[in-house]
Design a protein around this ligand. Structure first.
Ligand code: DGL
Length: 275
């Protein structure tokens, strides 16, 4: 039985959202949080638009039933493929008092300011890259920036299965970075546009040319949420603030606890839930 009421919901297909949640909780420790990883159906990255939308909506509705007034899709794939329809159709038609936010827009708003050369590389899942969401959003906020994208379909399965310490991961990183830079060697900033990737940031950095900066989204999304809550007192005032967190997964809880610790950086208690 989920105990947290009026918590901020944090969603990911699996463990990756924990890297964003870490930054949110560090910046805004006062609120209550409910995390859900849809581990039973992860990864989402290679799935079709319809399937990602269906799965994400089912999870969002689960959060609503637990009393969350606000849900953050801490997953680029879900933000790219499901957020717009949820915001423009489901919330408007059925949940007008609820809010769902994603990670792409807050990141696109600011990413242009990190680059000197004006060329930014985006690494993400097949779903995020093929949606062109980052190109479209960055064009809106920083039209002078050239965006170069590359999908890394093998990274999440390796990370999600704990297989990222070995040489196979390095081989994929090396080959994917080569393909990214081949499109434009002027890239000076790379965005990890998948919430799983911060776990292998050290490994990626070892393969980068000198002077290229690697950006993870956690702090960006956390600052943007803080700003959103300041601008929306009608949502902020609904949130409970006892500093409590509950972690849930659609798959095995013990497994989530052991793997989730690597992503969140501390011991976590989790429970299995049915959607
Ligand atoms: N962590 C998710 C993201 O940011 C994707 C992982 C998946 O493929 O499920 O895109």
């Amino acid at each position: 039985m989920v105990k947290t009421k009026n918590a901020i919901g944090i969603f990911d297909s699996g463990y990756g959202g924990l890297t964003v949640f870490r930054a949110i909780k560090d910046l805004l420790p006062q609120y209550d949080y409910l995390y859900l990883g849809d581990n039973a159906r992860a990864p989402y990255g290679n799935r079709s638009f319809d399937v990602v939308y269906k799965y994400t909506l089912e999870c969002v509705e689960w959060f609503f039933r637990q009393g969350c007034p606000l849900v953050i899709l801490a997953c680029n794939t879900a933000s790219a493929k499901a957020l717009r329809t949820i915001q423009q159709k489901d919330l408007v038609d059925r949940y007008p008092e609820k809010r769902v936010l994603g990670v792409i827009r807050p990141t696109a708003e600011i990413i242009g300011t990190f680059s000197q050369s004006g060329v930014i590389g985006i690494l993400g899942t097949m779903g995020t890259i093929s949606s062109h969401s980052y190109e479209i959003e960055i064009e809106h906020f920083a039209p002078e920036i050239k965006v170069v994208q590359h999908a890394c379909p093998m990274w999440v399965p390796l990370i999600e299965n704990g297989e990222y310490h070995g040489r196979e991961m390095d081989a994929f990183i090396e080959s994917d970075l080569k393909q990214l830079f081949r499109q434009d060697p002027g890239i000076d900033t790379i965005l990890l546009a998948c919430t799983h990737y911060p776990l292998i940031a050290d490994k990626i950095e070892r393969h980068l040319p000198a002077g290229v900066r690697l950006i993870s989204q956690g702090a960006i999304v956390a600052n943007s949420l803080k700003d959103y809550l300041n601008r929306h007192p009608e949502i902020e005032s609904q949130l409970s603030a006892n500093g409590e967190t509950q972690f849930c997964t659609t798959d095995d809880a013990a497994f989530f606890m052991s793997r989730g610790r690597e992503f969140f950086g501390e011991y976590i208690e989790a429970m299995k839930v049915h959607l």
